[in-house]
Design a protein around this ligand. Structure first.
Ligand SMILES: Nc1ncnc2c1ncn2[C@@H]1O[C@H](COP(=O)(O)OP(=O)(O)OP(=O)(O)O)[C@@H](O)[C@H]1O
Ligand SMILES: [Mg+2]
Length: 418
């Protein structure tokens, strides 16, 4: 069934469209104008039919329309889309070339659709977005300002926490320094009261001197420790460091008739600070000598004072990624309940003879070297300290430096987690 639409019906359709329609020949002479187009352009269609579409445009826009008609005619363009403003309204103007079945251009259709509402809506939306953007900008500036304030507060808080750590540390130092200071005061008081008693003056001035030495020792160790920057990490031979440490301790070993047995067959290189590593081994050897003397003092009847069966043994072993150093002695050993106290600052069983900072310092030096230190002890029989330090090829210099600065932050805290 074929349905044919009459010209009249077609005209009715064109007249009822909500689009303004103008049809021109290929030169732009208007052959049809629908009612809406008449209204949009504010023209009388009866008058304009047959005239050129160029004349329907404002003088300013006419050269563009002329150019467009030429382009349509020579076939370089066959459609155009423009947004135009006519009085207080916006129109989406579409120009389309109509072609004969053979392809020859026969006319042009100009369709104008009122998009005023759309444009106004878009304008409103743009305004809305702008306001939103402004609000978001304002809010994020506020958040940034608050964040900065929070950071400042946090820094102030950290500072005050540090201050309380300083307080803690200072009180520990004060305690360590106050005791001998009190002693010195008492000694001087006694001397002052009986200045002619030479015997007493001699005795008390010697005690005062001992107390001063103790204060000097504490402050020296603290200052030494409070400068973790002095870490010059380099390739260091563990064997050489141990040999140097033994030389340093030799005088005390000989004086106490203690034999030091060094099994240094494996020479392993580590990335370390020679001076600090030597400090660790000297501390260890000194502790072993003290432990042996302590055992001798506890049971002099064993007759070991000639040192024949007392020993300190140092060995180096290759443990894969680490150099493993063992310092073993035949000293008094450590009571099980005290093992966990060893590495804490100021823990000592030597009363005024020890500061209790030796192992604490050793622990931190080994920690900076990314190493580990552990202890195994049998009370009455002896002790073995084991130190693992990463070999030169496995060491991470960056990590060591990180630990130095971490420790620098923590140094005034006085304690380090073990
Ligand atoms: N080889 C050891 N054998 C037995 N006890 C030990 C040994 N090494 C350390 N200790 C115990 O651990 C304590 C702490 O040792 P640390 O070296 O830190 O301080 P200290 O030797 O007492 O004093 P100083 O600061 O003069 O070294 C010692 O007082 C001692 O009781
Ligand atoms: Mg010690």
């Amino acid at each position: 069934m074929s349905i044919e639409i009459s010209k009249k019906q077609l005209m009715q359709i064109l007249e009822t469209l909500d689009v303004g329609v103008i049809y021109t020949d290929i030169d732009g002479n208007m052959l049809y104008i629908n009612e809406l187009a008449e209204e949009i352009r504010a023209i009388d269609r009866e008058d304009k039919l047959g005239t050129n579409v160029i004349d329907c445009h404002a003088i300013k826009g006419r050269p563009h329309v002329k150019k467009l008609l030429d382009d349509f005619k020579d076939g370089s363009v066959d459609h155009r889309h423009r947004l135009v403003r006519i009085r207080d309204k916006f129109f989406d103007n579409k120009y389309l070339v109509v072609r004969e079945p053979g392809g020859e251009p026969s006319g042009i259709v100009l369709m104008s659709q009122d998009v005023t509402e759309k444009i106004q809506l878009k304008k409103k939306l743009d305004e809305h977005y702008q306001t939103l953007e402004y609000e978001i900008g304002k809010k994020s500036n506020e958040i940034e300002a608050r964040y900065e304030e929070m950071m400042k507060m946090q820094q102030r808080l950290m500072h005050s926490e540090k201050m309380s750590s300083v307080g803690q540390f200072v009180s520990i130092i004060a305690h360590e320094v106050n005791n001998p200071l009190d002693g010195i005061k008492n000694c001087l008081q006694e001397i002052k009261e009986e200045p002619d008693n030479l015997e007493q003056t001699k005795k008390y001035s010697s005690l005062a001197l001992d107390a001063l030495t103790k204060i000097e020792e504490v402050t020296r160790l603290i200052l030494n420790y409070a400068r973790p920057d002095n870490y010059y990490m380099d390739e260091v031979s563990i064997k050489e460091v141990i040999e140097e440490s033994i030389k340093f301790a030799q005088y005390k070993l000989t004086r106490n008739n203690i034999h030091l047995d060094a099994a240094l067959d494996h020479d392993i290189s580590v990335n370390g600070s020679r001076q600090h590593l030597a400090q660790v081994f000297v501390n260890m050897i000194m502790n072993s000598i003290d432990a042996i003397n302590e055992k001798r003092d506890r049971s002099p009847e064993n007759g070991n004072t000639n040192g024949s069966s007392d020993y300190v043994r140092i060995s180096i072993q290759d443990c894969g990624e680490h150099a493993c150093i063992k310092v073993v002695d035949s000293g008094c050993g450590i009571a099980t309940e005290n093992v966990n106290e060893l590495f804490k600052p100021f823990y000592t069983t030597k009363q005024e003879k020890g500061t209790g900072l030796g192992l604490y310092i050793c622990f931190n030096i080994v920690y900076i070297h990314n190493g580990k230190i552990s202890v195994n002890s049998t009370p009455g029989k002896g002790t073995c300290f084991t130190i693992h330090i990463p070999k030169y090829s496995y060491s991470d210099v960056g990590k060591s430096m990180e630990r130095v600065s971490e420790l620098k932050d923590r140094v005034l805290q006085g304690y380090i987690e073990q």
